[in-house]
Design a protein around this ligand. Structure first.
Ligand SMILES: C[S@@+](CC[C@H](N)C(=O)[O-])C[C@H]1O[C@@H](n2cnc3c(N)ncnc32)[C@H](O)[C@@H]1O
Length: 274
C-alpha cells in the first residue's frame, strides 16, 4: 500500500513539473499566475532566512534538503556551508538539478521515507512544504528517518501547512500540535516557531480566482467570449494584484499581532536531543 501511494506521489509531481513552465509556480499554486506565486515564494525565503540567522551555521555543516524540488533552498544554504545533500522523489527533477547545480550540492533521487544515509550525518535537515504532501503513515516514516539521519544537537527546520481541514488529493497537513508531537516523539525539541501566510483575504481571492478561471474557460470553450468577460478578466487581475500588494505589508504585521497557530503555515525549528 505504502509503495503504491509513493508511486502515485511520484507521478503527481512528475506531471506537475512537466506541465508547469515556471519553476516557482510548479511548487506553489500551479493554477495561478506566476506573479501570485512569487508572493508566497518571497515570504518563504524571508522566513527561511530569519530562522537560519538564529542558528549559528558553521561552514563545516552538512545540510540535507528533503523534497528539494528545483533546489531553490539548497542553492541558498549552499552559500553558507561546504556540503549540501538534496533529495527528491522525482527522478527527472533531480536529473535537471544535477545539470544546473552549483559546486557543493549533491542531488539524489530518493524518497523521504527511506533515506539512504547513515545515522547522525547531518547538522541541519529541512523540509519545506514537502512532508505535508505525504499521507500520514508515510509522513511519520519520513519524520523518523529525518530524525535518524540528523545528528544529536543538530537542527531540523520545517515549513508546512498546519490546517488539516485543508486536506486535498495531494496535501495532508497536520495540526500545529501534531507536527510538534510527531517530532518530539523522535527526540526533536521545538526551539522556535514562526507563522506564515496569515492573509485570509488573499486566500479567499485565490479561491475566487480559481472559480473565475473555470467559468472563463467554459465561456471560451463555447466561443462566446465577449467584451464584458474581457473587462471582468482585467478587473479580476487588478483586484488580485492589489491584494497581493497589500499582503506584502499585512503579512509581517500579522506575524507580530497573531499567534503562529493562527497562520496557514508554520516554520518550526527543532533541535535534536537523542
Ligand atoms: C511543494 S514542492 C516543494 C519543493 C521545495 N521544497 C521548495 O520549497 O521549493 C514538494 C516537493 O516534495 C517532493 N516530494 C513529494 N513526496 C516526496 C517523498 N516521498 N520524498 C521526497 N520528496 C518528495 C515533490 O517531488 C516536490 O518536489
Amino acid at each position: 500500500m505504502g509503495k503504491l501511494k509513493e508511486k502515485q506521489l511520484n507521478l503527481f509531481w512528475r506531471d506537475r513539473f512537466k506541465k508547469t513552465k515556471n519553476p516557482i509556480s510548479a511548487v506553489y499554486h500551479a493554477d495561478k499566475p506566476d506573479w501570485y506565486n512569487y508572493f508566497f515564494h518571497k515570504q518563504k525565503l524571508k522566513i527561511f532566512d530569519s530562522i537560519i540567522s538564529k542558528i549559528n551555521i558553521k561552514k563545516t555543516y552538512k545540510v540535507l534538503d528533503i523534497g528539494c524540488g528545483y533546489g531553490f533552498f539548497s542553492e541558498k544554504i549552499n552559500k553558507s556551508v561546504d556540503e549540501v545533500f538534496a533529495i527528491d522523489i522525482v527522478d527527472e527533477i533531480i536529473k535537471y538539478n544535477k545539470k544546473n547545480a552549483s559546486p557543493g550540492i549533491n542531488y539524489f533521487a530518493m524518497s523521504a521515507t527511506s533515506l539512504k544515509f547513515q545515522d547522525n550525518l547531518f547538522d541541519l535537515s529541512f523540509s519545506l512544504m514537502s512532508l505535508q504532501h505525504l499521507p500520514n503513515s508515510l509522513k511519520l516514516k519520513a519524520i523518523s528517518e529525518i530524525c535518524r539521519v540528523t545528528k544529536n544537537k543538530g537542527y531540523i527546520l520545517l515549513i508546512e501547512s498546519i490546517k488539516p481541514e485543508e486536506k486535498s488529493a495531494h496535501v495532508f497537513p497536520l495540526s500545529y500540535d501534531s507536527w510538534v508531537e510527531a517530532f518530539e516523539m523522535n527526540h526533536a525539541k521545538l526551539q522556535l516557531v514562526y507563522g506564515a501566510e496569515y492573509n485570509y483575504l488573499l486566500r479567499f481571492a485565490g479561491k475566487f480566482f480559481s472559480k473565475f478561471q473555470t467559468k472563463q474557460s467554459l465561456i471560451a470553450n463555447s466561443n462566446a467570449t465577449s467584451l464584458i468577460s474581457y473587462f471582468k478578466k482585467i478587473l479580476k487581475d487588478i483586484i488580485l494584484r492589489f491584494l497581493i500588494g497589500i499582503s506584502y505589508l499585512t503579512e509581517p504585521l500579522s506575524r507580530i499581532i497573531f499567534k503562529p497557530s493562527n497562520a496557514h503555515r508554520c516554520a518550526f525549528l527543532f533541535k535534536v536531543s537523542k
